[in-house]
Design a protein around this ligand. Structure first.
Ligand SMILES: Nc1ncnc2c1ncn2[C@@H]1O[C@H](COP(=O)(O)OP(=O)(O)OP(=O)(O)O)[C@@H](O)[C@H]1O
Length: 523
């Protein structure tokens, strides 16, 4: 008799950390989830991608107990769970890191981490020294870094604030952490810190769900990615073995070629010229010219002054010295109203706060800034207004139940498109666009770039503030780099690489000081 073969016993696979199955969620006429499923293996970083309105946030809201599905099941680590409510989420071991910063600006790091948590204070109130020590220990344990001592939340960079927010979530010892577009507000260098932190959490055994529109981040960080389209999961793939083009095709349902159109307008007369403009303490001695038909990029790290420049041009910060010329005339822009009167359109970064009337419909929001264009002798021409709104909804692929749907019912990315559409409809002479494509999906990005190129070809001047270096190189004619309140270099985009641009933003290396001097002379 032959000797018995040694038996090899394979351990069964552990159950998924999370298994959501066949979820249905309906909002009025919209099926936000139409049989969506998501399976996440324990200890992995799992990406979730899809076009604006695909249903990603709704899926996560079901997990957070904020939306109750009409059908479907949820299991955590192999155990079915029913009736998730926001109050039970922490006990279930799930933590959510949202885009919006929810920390109190005037709190210390210790207070932000521990107050409101059980066992945080003592009965003598907050023993600040004690909290401080515990805060340092917790941040050190999870992230291996130290934050400035005694700093208030408002003194921290956005990345540092995010670290505090994540640490606060981790103190509840979750097993699953969900990040919803965590890098939207981060400069490139800060995003690197966050990626390192997420990798560290994985090494500590945590399961992460990561939602992002940046496919490069998904490819770099995630072990698997679920692609959603129209309320369903259409694929789960290994992002490291799937090309960006293939991921895009899965999301959009077709190829998106030519993300960046090349507009070929010959720059015309100066549209905006700054000469020696100072906005203390943020900016000093800024000089540049933006011509008609030109897309001029502006970039810099947080604190570089780029944001303040945009605010000053729109009359939101006082200009102390120097001159601003718009279309050949010296302009004293004291407030946003003045700015609009002079033909300036600003698309702000914080669109939800500044750009939208959330309770009004899409049609009304789209035409708010351009009522004069859709009115005749003081009367609103409803037919023209509706036609214009429908055109923009089509151009920007705004996903909604219809043109009258209240803007608050749109997904985040679709709300962004409405603000952008509102200003594009105005057909201004000079556009200042602050991070116009953050939170916007790749197909809509291509459309927004096409619209920007179209505006430039039509003779508008466009100042594009962005931290997305590929976007700057893809759409601009030139890029100005700001560093600590001054323009340090100017880069014609032809022949410039993302690496050299990144280097300039990080180090302030003044590559083309001469070119800047030339433009200021031209002013
Ligand atoms: N409270 C609501 N009322 C009505 N419709 C809603 C509501 N919340 C979401 N929707 C709709 O459900 C669909 C899915 O939205 P969801 O926010 O889940 O998309 P998303 O994939 O997260 O998009 P984005 O990338 O823009 O954040 C969209 O068509 C949206 O308009």
């Amino acid at each position: 008799m032959a000797a018995a073969e040694p038996t090899t016993r394979t351990l069964p696979d552990p159950p998924p950390a999370l298994a959501m199955r066949d979820l249905i969620v309906t909002f009025g006429p919209t099926r936000a989830l139409d049989g969506a499923s998501l399976t996440v293996a324990p200890g992995t970083i799992h990406g979730l991608i899809g076009q604006n309105g695909a249903g990603k946030s709704t899926l996560i809201k079901v997990l957070a107990g904020l939306v109750t599905p009409e059908a479907g099941t949820i299991a955590l680590h192999g155990n079915p769970v029913a009736g998730i409510t926001p109050a039970r989420v922490e006990d279930l071991g799930i933590a959510f890191i949202h885009q919006e910063r929810l920390l109190v600006p005037t709190a210390t790091v210790g207070e932000a981490l521990f107050l409101g948590r059980e066992g945080a204070g003592s009965r003598f109130g907050c023993l600040l020294g004690g909290l401080q020590k515990r805060a340092e220990a917790a941040i050190g344990r999870f992230f291996g870094i130290r934050l400035p001592r005694n700093a208030l939340i408002r003194d921290l960079t956005i990345a540092q604030q995010q670290i505090v927010q994540i640490t606060r979530a981790l103190l509840a010892e979750p097993k699953i952490v969900v990040f919803d577009e965590p890098t939207a507000a981060l400069a490139k260098r800060e995003a690197e810190h966050l990626f390192a932190a997420i990798a560290r959490l994985k090494a500590q055994g945590l399961t992460t769900i990561y939602i992002s529109h940046y496919l490069a981040e998904i490819e770099r960080l995630c072990d698997a990615v679920t692609v959603m389209r129209n309320g369903r999961d259409v694929a789960e793939v290994d992002p490291r073995r799937t090309s960006t083009a293939a991921l895009t095709r899965l999301m959009v349902g077709r190829d998106v070629s030519d993300l960046f159109p090349r507009h070929r307008a010959e720059p015309g007369a100066p549209m905006l010229a700054l000469a020696g403009v100072s906005v203390p303490p943020a900016l000093r001695d800024m000089s540049f010219v933006l011509r008609r038909g030109e897309v001029l990029g502006l970039t810099g790290l947080l604190g570089s002054g780029a944001k303040e420049l945009v605010q000053a041009l729109f009359g939101l910060l006082p200009i102390k010295s120097g001159t601003v010329t718009v279309d050949g005339r010296v302009a004293h822009v004291a407030n946003p109203h003045d700015a609009v009167r002079r033909g300036l359109a600003l698309v702000p970064e914080n669109r939800r706060a500044h750009g939208l009337a959330l309770n009004l419909g899409i049609r009304e929001n789209l035409t708010l800034a351009s009522l004069d264009r859709v009115s005749r002798r003081g009367w609103l021409d409803r037919v023209r207004e509706r036609a214009q709104a429908l055109r923009l909804i089509g151009d920007l692929q705004i996903k909604a139940a219809g043109p009258e749907a209240p803007v608050r019912t749109l997904s985040g990315g679709n709300q962004q498109k409405v603000v952008l559409g509102k200003w594009l409809a105005r057909e201004a002479g000079l556009y200042i666009l602050d991070e116009p494509t953050i939170g916007v999906d790749i197909a809509a990005k291509a459309e927004i770039y096409r619209l920007i190129a179209g505006l430039a070809e039509g003779g508008a001047g466009i100042l594009l503030l962005s931290t997305d270096l590929d976007e700057l190189l893809g759409i601009c004619d030139r890029v100005l780099v700001l560093y600590r309140g001054a323009i340090v270099s100017e880069h014609p985009t032809a022949g410039t690489t993302a690496d050299s641009l990144l280097n300039a933003t990080l180090t302030g290396a003044g590559a083309c000081a001469r070119a800047c001097a030339e433009t200021s002379r031209a002013a």
